[in-house]
Design a protein around this ligand. Structure first.
Ligand code: AMP
Ligand code: TRP
Length: 332
């Protein structure tokens, strides 16, 4: 049994990409491993957030985890900012990270360009964001971190920072592995399948939100871009649109892509898309209902209190060890 940890930002409504690339996997992993899942609110404030919206998003995301199948009896579910050791370790690691390595992070380049384009300022937090992510992970001696493809580079940095600290101050942290799912690690935009489906996309037709009503989901899938071919085939290089739809279908139903291609032999895009729309609706609609029930019952606060206490116990031990190794504070 390995120890697994991952996190999602409470910065708005999640997409089908987040569900397939992250949440759906987490649920599978919790049956075989010791898991910690976070609502990473400290990451969310690297770009401006409305205070009340953030508060709301934190609880909604926590309820979504549970609605998707994260079982608080099996996994530790908590809010990052409620365990102060994350911010403490992040600072210590920041002092051992270089400007150069952080400048090379492609997500920083993308996100800072986006902030600039809307006339917003680029916070130093956005720059050091991957260091906070590294702290989240190594604080708990995690073996494996399941994330989508876009987080690969951040995980390489996490490993570098853990190794550097160990080399400098003596063996302290486990060096974690990244776990990228074979299928569904990069769900693409519906209208522009050369870019990933992202919750910050301005064109709502590009993305399926986990809050979209069934008819909106059906409409968006039916108008998804395919190509001028007539067969349903998987070719993610030359036929990105249809391949993305096939991948969504396969991951949700568990049917292999080959079997789907055979199943739709001789059928057109219209038939395939109607079936896919029903597959997605059948998966998402019950999750939406459960999320509302969990929020209405108030149980999420008890779950998050227990998760915070459990995470805190582990984190406090580690951060005291780290401070001691670095020479911080006093000894008497
Ligand atoms: P974020 O929304 O950036 O907090 O991401 C939460 C998780 O969802 C991370 O593990 C991402 O890698 C994953 N993710 C985000 N977008 C996609 C996508 N289009 N396809 C697959 N996984 C994704
Ligand atoms: N940076 C991740 C994202 O944007 C979220 C995240 C924060 C995370 N801390 C983490 C993921 C620790 C895995 C482990 O998707």
């Amino acid at each position: 049994m390995a120890r697994i940890l991952s996190g999602i930002q409470p910065s708005g409504v999640l997409t089908l990409g987040n569900y397939i690339g992250a949440l759906k996997n987490f649920v599978k992993l919790q049956n075989e491993h010791e898991c910690l899942f976070m609502v990473v609110d400290l990451h969310a404030i690297t770009v401006p957030q409305d205070r009340l919206a953030l508060r709301k998003n934190i609880k909604e995301l926590a309820a979504l985890y549970v609605a998707c199948g994260i079982d608080p009896q099996k996994s530790i579910l908590f809010v990052q900012s409620e365990v102060p050791a994350h911010a403490e370790l992040s600072w210590i690691l920041t002092c051992n990270a270089s400007m150069g390595e952080l400048s090379r992070m492609t997500q920083f380049k993308d996100k800072s360009a986006k902030q600039e384009s809307v006339g917003g300022h680029i916070s130093a937090g956005l720059f050091s964001y991957p260091v906070l992510m590294a702290a989240d992970v190594i604080l708990y001696d995690v073996d494996m971190v399941p994330v989508g493809d876009d987080q690969k580079q951040h995980m390489e940095l996490t490993r570098d920072l853990a190794e550097r600290f160990n080399a400098r101050f003596g063996e302290t942290f486990k060096v974690p592995e990244v776990y990228i799912p074979e299928q569904g690690a990069r769900i693409m935009s519906l209208q522009e399948p050369e870019k990933k489906m992202s919750k910050s996309d301005d064109n709502s037709k590009n993305i399926i939100l986990l809050t979209d009503p069934p008819n909106t989901i059906r409409k968006k899938i039916k108008s998804a871009i395919t190509d001028s071919e007539t067969t349903i085939a998987y070719d993610p290089v030359n036929r990105k649109g249809i391949s993305n739809l096939l991948e969504i279908y396969a991951v949700i139903t568990g049917e292999p892509i080959d079997a789907l291609v055979t199943k739709y032999e001789g059928k057109g895009y219209g038939d395939f898309k109607s079936d896919l729309a029903e597959v997605v609706v059948a998966e998402i609609e019950p999750i939406q209902q459960r999320q509302q029930e969990i929020l209405a019952s108030g149980e999420i606060d008890d779950i998050l209190d227990a998760g915070r206490d459990a995470a805190m116990k582990m984190a406090v031990r580690k951060i005291s060890k780290v401070k001691h190794k670095v020479g911080l504070g006093r000894k008497r």
